[in-house]
Design a binder for this molecule. Structure first.
Ligand code: SF4
Length: 79
């Protein structure tokens, strides 16, 4: 899990175009999910994907900015 999240942050920082397209699709799904919550500390990390900005997944406790850009899977199999 940690390796997946670190990979996600790496993608977040490098911003691959392909990854961003996939990330955008995932972030849109997360935006409608009841597990997506706003985190107080994460609110300081800006993201071009506004659906993911400042949010984390309450099902796995991962920051969505990293998670939607990682090789990780949605714990609810939504993407
Ligand atoms: S990763 Fe899955 S469970 Fe978590 S917020 Fe996104 S859609 Fe919901």
């Amino acid at each position: 899990m940690l390796q997946h999240i670190l990979s996600g942050w790496k993608n977040y920082l490098s911003k691959s175009a392909v990854t961003e397209i996939v990330a955008q699709q995932r972030a849109s799904i997360c935006a409608t999910c009841p597990h997506a919550k706003q985190g107080k500390i994460l609110a300081f990390i800006k993201d071009s994907l506004k659906e993911a900005e400042g949010a984390y997944c309450a099902a796995c406790h991962c920051p969505l900015s990293a998670k939607v850009r990682s090789n990780d899977i949605c714990p609810e199999n939504k993407w």
